[in-house]
Design a protein around this ligand. Structure first.
Ligand code: C5P
Length: 361
């Protein structure tokens, strides 16, 4: 069983969940602002942001994996005492790097290539979605990933879902549908001003939900069906992400078209053109989110992760109203309420085999 570490006496499990809820809401708002409101005509490259995120996340994970080496790959001295990292002797440091290298490039590291590719696609799609939908609409629609996560859990992890959970999933789909109604007949001041394409945005969300479910379930399979430290797994995930993250950059290299808020931003003249404060804020929030997601999957579970995400809907909805003059329509309120109730219903413990029916956990 996992030993749950704590921060200032608070279990890391709950600290990571609450932080994830705030991070989720913040990410939607910052990303939306950075793409749509801050510099609508000359936006930054989404592909560069995705690449930077992976580089930063991978570096942080590498440092943590290095410092924790003795806990998951202990080495013993000839006299039987454990070798510690207290010494800054260059030779000992070198052997520690070699031990870490062995862990990172262990024979099963290739397994992380699948979620890595899927997450890179998802992270790029997220930019397309957030550039074409209202922040709150994106946040609610993105809840459909509970649906895809459940579907992949049933297929890949052979989990059984209770009738209540299937019912909750049905409500979720209905709720998201109701929220989308407002996009059909209504265009906000912002969407008219910035030429947002709701259909394109919604398609991107649907695709991102698909990759989110598959990648999440696959990552969980790797974590739980094999040994290997979480931080080493994160390093492997980031390493395998680098190549797919470079693909859109390489393929758009010859193009000299300036990006606009309606494109995914892959066609900038230079990789870091228009990469301002808000672009950096987006990258840093993404890095935080990635690390928190990994912690939540390890120390809590996807039931609680669902709660954190649904809480973030309320936060970003209220902020959207205040910051982006998001219109409060009846269909948005009803749809959001249905999504929240569905999330709550989905997270109710089953009376019978609760441990085998916990969504993507
Ligand atoms: O869709 P979901 O909320 O599961 O999003 C997961 C996010 O967390 C993705 O952006 C992914 O790149 C990131 N992640 C990560 N490290 C993990 C698992 C997910 O950076 N171990």
């Amino acid at each position: 069983p996992n030993t749950i570490p704590s921060i200032c006496g608070l279990p890391l499990k709950y600290v990571s969940l609450v932080t994830l809820a705030v991070q989720n809401a913040l990410l939607t708002l910052i990303m939306h602002y950075s793409r749509v409101s801050a510099a609508p005509s000359h936006t930054y490259s989404a592909a560069a942001a995705v690449l930077l995120t992976e580089l930063l996340k991978g570096s942080i994970s590498l440092v943590v994996a290095f410092t924790r080496l003795d806990s998951y790959a202990p080495q013993y001295l000839p006299n039987g005492t454990p070798a510690t990292n207290s010494c800054w002797n260059p030779w000992l440091l070198l052997t520690r790097f070699r031990r870490l290298g062995k862990e990172v490039f262990r024979s099963d590291c290739w397994k992380l290539s699948i979620p890595a590719i899927l997450y890179v696609i998802q992270n790029n799609l997220q930019f397309v979605a957030v550039s074409n939908l209202e922040a709150a609409t994106f946040q609610v629609s993105y809840q459909m990933k509970i649906l895809t996560t459940a579907a992949f859990s049933v297929v890949l992890l052979r989990k059984k879902l209770s009738t209540t959970k299937w019912l909750a999933l049905l409500f979720l789909a209905i709720g998201v549908g109701v929220v989308q109604i407002q996009n059909v007949g209504h265009k906000s001041a912002e969407s008219t001003e910035h030429d947002m394409n709701a259909f394109k945005g919604f398609m991107a969300v649907v695709a991102a939900c698909f990759t989110s479910g598959l990648a999440g379930v696959y990552f969980e399979m790797v974590l739980k069906n094999s040994t290997g430290d979480l931080w080493v797994r994160n390093v492997q995930l980031s390493l395998f992400s680098l190549l797919p993250a470079l693909v859109p950059i390489v393929f758009s290299g010859s193009s000299a078209t300036t990006a606009t808020a309606t494109t995914s931003g892959w066609f900038s003249t230079s990789l870091f053109d228009n990469f301002g404060v808000w672009a950096w804020a987006t990258v840093l929030t993404q890095v935080l989110g990635g690390l928190l997601t990994a912690l939540v999957i390890k120390y809590a579970d996807n039931i609680l992760k669902g709660f954190a995400t649904s809480l973030s809907i309320v936060i970003s909805f209220l902020a959207s109203v205040a910051l982006f003059s998001f219109p409060i329509t009846v269909s948005f309120l009803v749809g959001s309420l249905v999504v929240l109730v569905a999330t709550w219903l989905y997270n109710q413990p089953d009376t019978a085999s609760s441990s085998s029916t916990t969504g993507s956990e």
